[in-house]
Write a protein that binds this ligand. Structure first.
Ligand SMILES: Cc1ncc(COP(=O)(O)O)c(C=O)c1O
Length: 396
């Protein structure tokens, strides 16, 4: 297709939900660079919104996918799937959870996590069904997960919303305590909020939330769809805090670009599900789980997560340097390679994103004054330096 035909087809035949797409016509990619059909190239500091963490050209990953495509792509969950078995074992052995379910996206993973929490209490004969979430959170686009999401703009168009969801301020333990009722089944939080602008939970807050959940017989769900799978510099962000949830949801980087989501739980919680309670046609199919096994193999290699932490620190220091030298920059936030730069005044994150795009860099304006960076972990220090030099020119 010619570029004009792609634009025309998108306008005429694709639902109008991604207004103002950037004129990048993704053709191929290498390392952290995406090449557009029009001959331009872009250094990607967004990684497909936190998906392409292992980069675009990991040869081992590509070879494994090709091998799996030649063997079998899909069968169904009526049958045993070897890669699924390997992946569930790897996830259980490397997390605080024991049992796993595979879905296709972050929304679906969270939807399943919410169902599991309700079923857990139903099985106990208790009328506990409410979930408390935090403002600025993002949990997905299905009816339940959009209701769980603590940002009105995502849910207002779809009222009336499903009942049983309450939102309270993030990092405010007192507000959470006040919201708990006899019906509270779960508290669902992102240990590091992503779409809300990269806000890490405070240590004392997460500790307090765990204690509260234990006291009141409430399940704690960590949505690690964005901050999990190495993004924060640990395999799971909860490891930074030493606070274990009862249920974890994952997606994004798990499949290295092949769509897969997952929720996993401690045995006692997971065992609430009985045959027929949950299921999926595609979830955990041979191709997706084989991809995720290889992503796990790569991330669990010696030194890999240290490398993420080290590059994250390098990037953070460079951003901090900008903040120190410019009064229109407020702060940097985040952990590992999940970082934000907060602007103020006339500096618009959207304008800077546009100007960086024109200079061949992909970043994201996650809020009016917030730039978000989620580069592939194979980003080089030279790439970071180049981005910082360009940012410097744009913010003076
Ligand atoms: C924390 C979090 N949860 C859930 C989702 C939804 O994931 P998906 O878009 O794969 O449905 C996202 C997506 O950005 C997310 O960041």
């Amino acid at each position: 297709m010619e570029i004009e035909d792609i634009i025309k087809s998108d306008k005429d035949h694709f639902m109008n939900v991604y207004s103002g797409r950037y004129p990048l016509f993704a053709d191929r990619a290498e390392g952290i660079t995406i090449y557009s059909k029009d001959g331009k190239s872009y250094k990607d500091f967004l990684a497909g919104i936190g998906v392409n963490s292992i980069g675009y050209s990991n040869q081992r990953f590509k070879d494994v996918l090709k091998d799996q495509i030649d063997k079998i792509i899909h069968c169904s969950n009526f049958y045993y799937i070897e890669a699924q078995a390997e992946l569930e074992k790897m996830l259980a052995e490397n997390s605080c959870c024991d049992k796993v379910f595979f879905a296709n996206s972050g929304s679906e993973a969270n939807e399943g996590a919410l169902k599991l929490a309700r079923k857990y209490f139903k099985r106990k004969g208790l009328k506990k069904y409410e979930t408390i979430t935090a403002d600025k959170s993002f949990h997905g686009r299905t009816m339940s997960t959009v209701t769980a999401t603590g940002q009105d703009k995502y849910k207002k168009p779809f009222t009336p919303l499903p009942e049983g969801f309450i939102t309270v301020p993030f990092n405010d333990l007192d507000a959470l305590k006040k919201a708990v009722t006899d019906q509270t089944a779960a508290v669902m939080l992102e240990p590091i909020q992503g779409e809300g602008g990269i806000y890490p939970a405070e240590q004392k807050y997460l500790e307090g939330v765990r204690e509260l959940c234990d006291q009141k017989d409430i399940l704690l769900i960590f949505d690690e769809v964005q901050c999990g799978m190495g993004r924060s510099g640990k395999l799971f962000a909860y490891e930074h805090y030493g606070v274990e949830p009862d249920i974890i949801s994952l997606a994004k980087a798990l499949g290295g670009g092949v769509p897969i989501g997952s929720f996993m739980a401690k045995k006692e919680v997971a065992d609430a599900f009985e045959p027929g309670d949950h299921g999926t046609t595609f979830g955990g199919n041979p191709l997706a789980t084989r991809a995720a096994v290889e992503v796990m193999n790569i991330m669990l290699e010696d030194g890999y997560l240290e490398m993420v932490r080290e590059k994250g620190e390098y990037f953070r220091n460079k951003l901090d340097g900008l903040v120190e030298s410019n009064e229109n920059l407020v702060e940097t936030r985040g952990k590992g390679l999940m970082l934000a730069l907060e602007l103020k005044g006339n500096l618009s994150a959207k304008n800077i994103t546009q100007e960086l795009f024109e200079r061949g860099f992909l970043v994201n304006a996650v809020k009016e004054h917030t730039l978000r960076f989620l580069p592939p972990f194979v980003v080089k220090k030279e790439d970071i330096d180049l981005l910082i030099d360009n940012l410097k020119e744009l913010i003076i």
